[in-house]
Design a protein around this ligand. Structure first.
Ligand code: SF4
Length: 237
């Protein structure tokens, strides 16, 4: 399969449970949510930016580019607008853990439940004869809910990241009470699904006032965790 990629870069992960992990980021073209909903969206996903490593690549080409990194984040745009299974399997075969950052508005029929080992889940692979086999895959799912988020994706997530105040002024953005409700959900087999709150920053700058608000929210709701976009402090991205 060939994937339209807006940009690629390697950087230290600055958000969520894998903050500090060297990560190869692969940003797919297109987003079914769109910037009419997310008016403060800070990503360019409208086309391939050749100067930023964008283009059309096979899964093997992308897996070779990721090496020797051990973690790759498929992000967007909305990566689940397309079938990313061939890319995920190629990355896993190369020893790379796959991370997916999604709006939670898409529920792929091939996405299976998390396994007891964090970050691993079953993914349906087509056998080519009309049947499917469910295979374990290193596939960490981060849901940052946008309007239209689906409850199934909140259940399937390995972590949830709520942007305080959302990225737009329309309806459907999760609020603090919703984030706390998600954080207080319990799962079988002692599965953890942390819920982060993250301040809404500028494209390259930390918004100190918004960060103080996020600190206050976590202080008052200790079921939540703080995600600060470390890369904007480090100016690595
Ligand atoms: S879902 Fe994400 S990539 Fe798409 S418009 Fe919203 S913030 Fe931007």
């Amino acid at each position: 399969m060939r994937y339209p990629i807006a940009e690629r870069f390697k950087a230290t992960q600055g958000e969520g449970a894998h903050t500090g992990v060297p990560m190869a980021f692969i940003r797919t073209v297109g987003c079914s949510v769109g910037q009419k909903v997310c008016t403060a969206c800070d990503t360019r996903f409208d086309r391939s930016y050749a100067d930023l490593g964008g283009g059309t690549y096979t899964e093997q080409e992308l897996a070779e580019w990721v090496s020797p990194y051990l973690h790759a984040c498929i992000t967007g745009g909305e990566p689940l607008d397309r079938d990313i299974r061939p890319l995920a399997f190629a990355l896993n075969k190369a020893g790379v853990m796959v991370h997916v950052e999604t709006s939670g508005t898409r529920v792929p029929p091939w996405l299976g439940p998390p396994l007891t080992v964090p970050g691993f889940r079953l993914i349906a692979k087509d056998n080519g004869d009309g049947t499917q086999a469910w295979l374990p895959c290193g596939f960490w799912v981060t849901v940052s809910p946008k309007p239209g988020w689906q409850p199934e994706m909140l259940q399937a997530a390995d972590e949830v990241k709520v942007i305080l105040g959302g990225l737009g002024d329309g309806p459907g953005w999760p609020d603090i009470a919703q984030a706390v409700a998600w954080a207080n959900e319990t799962f079988p087999h002692s599965r953890q699904r942390p819920v982060y709150v993250q301040q809404r920053n500028g494209i390259n700058e930390i918004d100190r006032e918004a960060l103080d608000e996020a600190l206050r929210v976590v202080d008052e709701n200790p079921a939540l965790r703080l995600s600060v976009q470390l890369h904007k402090f480090l100016r690595t991205r």
